[in-house]
Ligand binder design. Sequence first.
Ligand code: SF4
Length: 347
Amino acid sequence: MQNLSGELIVVGCLPDIEPKKLKKIFNGRTISTKNLNFIDNYFPENTIKFKDISDSDVISEGITQTQVNKGINMIPLISKTYSHLQKNIIKHLFNRHLLLYLYPHEKNNYHVRISWGCLGSCTYCAIRKAIGTLKSKPIDDCINEFEIGLKQGFKNFIITADDVGAYGVDIGYTFPQLIERLSSFKGEYKISIQDFDPKWIVKYIDDLDGIFKKNRISSINVALQSGSKNILKLMNRYNDIGKISDAIQRLRNSNNDFSLDTHFILGFPSETREDFHQTMKFVIDNGFDMGFIYRFSLRSNTKADKIEPKTPQDELDYRMLTGMKILKNHKYKVLSLSKNSFYSFYK
Ligand code: SF4
């Protein structure tokens, strides 16, 4: 990109996560994920300000699901770049059949981002530096954006954020209050909840129980990360495994008609084989419908770097392969999405 004639501005997490590495190859202007409104400072001549543009329905900065559905022919350059990126991501990371299996109605999805940033400080996480602390979108804006999607005829609503369950803590609301209102419109539509930290399920289980009974939720992705109390402690995450399991089972008992999804990491520093088996057991015992397994990979300048011992690469191979076998033995289909570092499983 530096060979092109225009000025290159690097936007996203990289300037905060890897500032030294970036400096070695790039000396220009940057915009951090947590300060996207800087776009307005860099382009003062723009008559429509970035801060005034609603981000509902945005699936990638500047590209909306509606645009994708229309083939994004309004902006040929973005269209070209996006389809090129999309093709490569699918080619290198995903199995297309899996994508279509998992997201058969992708074209009908409407995304509503409800907040930015998170309240966590997980020891393996690098993006926290780039996304900053929680900033919830005003509840009326979330509702208005949702209604716009409904009026446009969308049926599948994806509620997304960096820390979905934390919604509202900074503005005097709670996630259940928001989802209750989003579930109360008339008509046939479903809501999918992304990346839900288990601590919020435990905290809000009484409210969520009632909401799930209404049969509006099509899926919830529980960001488990590990089924071992010890490892969750070292990850600096909520670690009452018993309460997490009880809350998940309560949701299941409220309504069986939703997909219970998860993702977790294998091989976090100091994870023993017993910790590994606890994680696998947790996933199987709690009857998750689908999920992703990530092989631990150390991110620069994270606290996990100081946790010893690191899991050797051959042991990481063993856990990834054994994890896959255990799931297969429990009737899951497993797909390797990236050579023993990223698996997907589903029933
Ligand atoms: S993993 Fe998620 S919750 Fe934890 S610090 Fe990173 S963004 Fe926040």
